[in-house]
Every structure is written in C-alpha cells, then in structure tokens.
Design a protein around this ligand. Structure first.
Ligand SMILES: [Zn+2]
Length: 246
C-alpha cells in the first residue's frame, strides 16, 4: 500500500510538470465549507418529512413552474439559509491560478465559493444564487433582493417572477457553459477531482473531454470507481490540497 505521503509527492510532481490544470469542485469539497448535500440519504429524509416531497422533486423545473410559492419556501429555508465560506481548498486553487497554471475551476456548487476566494477562471455548471433574473423582461436582481422578498420575488419593472440563475433538475447545462467546460478539459494536462467520484454525472460529463493521464482524485469517501484515477487520496480535500500546493 502506497502511503498518503508518497501519493502527495507524486501529485506535487505532476502539478509541477503541468501547465493547464482543471480543478473540479464536488459536493464533498463544498460541504467542507458549510454547504449541505440535500440529496444524500439523511438530508433527503429530513426534507421529505418536512415538505412531503423529495429534494429531487422540489429542486426541479417542473416543481418550480407548478408550485413556485412552495419552491421559494424551500429555497429560502434550505438553500439561502446556509452560510458558506471558502476554505484552504480554494486558497490552494487560487495559488495554482497565481502561478498561471489554472485552466479552470469547474464547479457544480451554487454558492460562489471559488469567486469568494478570488479565483478568476470559474465555470459553474449549475449557475449560482447570486445571479437572479426576471423571467419575463430579463432584468437582473441581487441575492439580497431575493433573500429579502416575502414569498415569490417579483420584478419591480414588470411584476413577473424573479428566479435564480441556477440549473434545476430537468434543465440542461447552458450551451456556452458546457462548451467552456469541454474546452478547458480538452486543453487540460492535469485534472483534479475534488470531493466527489467518477459516478458524479458532472464529472462523467467533463471527463469525456479529458485526454491525458494526470488524473487525480481527492475525496474523503472511498468509491469503487476511484481506481480510474492515476492517484486517489482519501481524506478531506482541505487537508490534502494545501500539502500538494505548498
Ligand atoms: Zn421584469
């Protein structure tokens, strides 16, 4: 069995030799910053008890359209109520960017964590809660506007519903976003999957475009698919990544 120390040394060397690094932020890395995974078993159970619908059902375009008021109750109480702060993981990625080696930080998280850490090259597969827009006239609104609205937030100009620019279940990844992610992965010479595994649908999506061998996975939870990685390290991302970078 190779030790974690030796794996870290190998990844350090890979990073040193790479010029176009893509970091993928999975749910595990975001949870280390205070996010929760609404779709894991315990949370899903809690949500069903409270709302009588599964999180998958509520967090969907169909539900948003049919029960907008209900959706917003859930959105306020379960999503906007969370405080998330970027941690060591994001500071380490920021350092990779400062060296001029970060091709992109790809994330399916909706809390702006990379941007809050000062990372510039960010691709958000699921949008983020800070961007909100009127579904009729397109006027944009801040997070605070949505947060402070009673019930459904409405457009001050035309009165239509304002919605967050996040991708709900049943909606496609925006074309321009998917193209950016595909290009980044195609050009990458190193890909780091952080806090998730190869069965994550977003990872599967971007991995199709990745063509070289420096494929690193860091995740606390072991998964049978981890053997696909060139190097897999099982620990919290925030503990491992800084040791690779510094
Ligand atoms: Zn409007």
């Amino acid at each position: 069995m190779e030790t974690t120390e030796s794996k870290i040394e190998r990844v350090k060397k890979m990073l040193y030799e790479s010029q176009q690094v893509v970091c993928f932020i999975g749910i595990g890395a975001a949870m280390e910053c205070g996010a929760i995974n609404l779709f894991n078993q315990d949370e899903a159970y809690r949500i069903e008890e409270k709302y009588h619908y599964s999180p998958e059902e509520i967090y969907s375009t169909g539900f948003y359209s049919a029960r907008t008021d209900f959706f917003y109750r859930f959105y306020h109480d379960e999503i906007l109520s969370l405080e998330t702060t970027p941690n060591e993981t994001f500071h380490a990625i920021r350092q990779i960017e400062e060296w001029g080696k970060l091709r992109a930080c790809v994330t399916s998280n909706i809390y702006n964590l990379p941007q809050k850490a000062g990372i510039y090259h960010v691709i958000e597969l699921r949008g983020n809660i800070y961007n909100n827009y009127c579904t009729k006239c397109g006027m944009t609104y801040s997070l605070d506007y949505v947060r402070n609205a009673k019930g459904i937030p409405r457009c001050t100009r035309c009165g239509a519903n304002v919605r967050p620019a996040i991708r709900l279940n049943g909606e496609m990844v925006r074309n321009d976003v998917m193209t950016a992610a595909a290009n980044a992965c195609q050009q990458a010479d190193m890909l780091m999957i952080l806090g998730t595994n190869f069965c994550d649908s977003s990872v599967m999506e971007i991995l199709k475009y990745f063509q070289t061998k420096r494929l690193v996975l860091i995740s606390k939870n072991e998964h049978y698919s981890d053997k696909q990685a060139t190097v897999a390290i099982h620990d919290e991302v925030r503990k491992v990544l800084p040791r690779i970078v510094w």
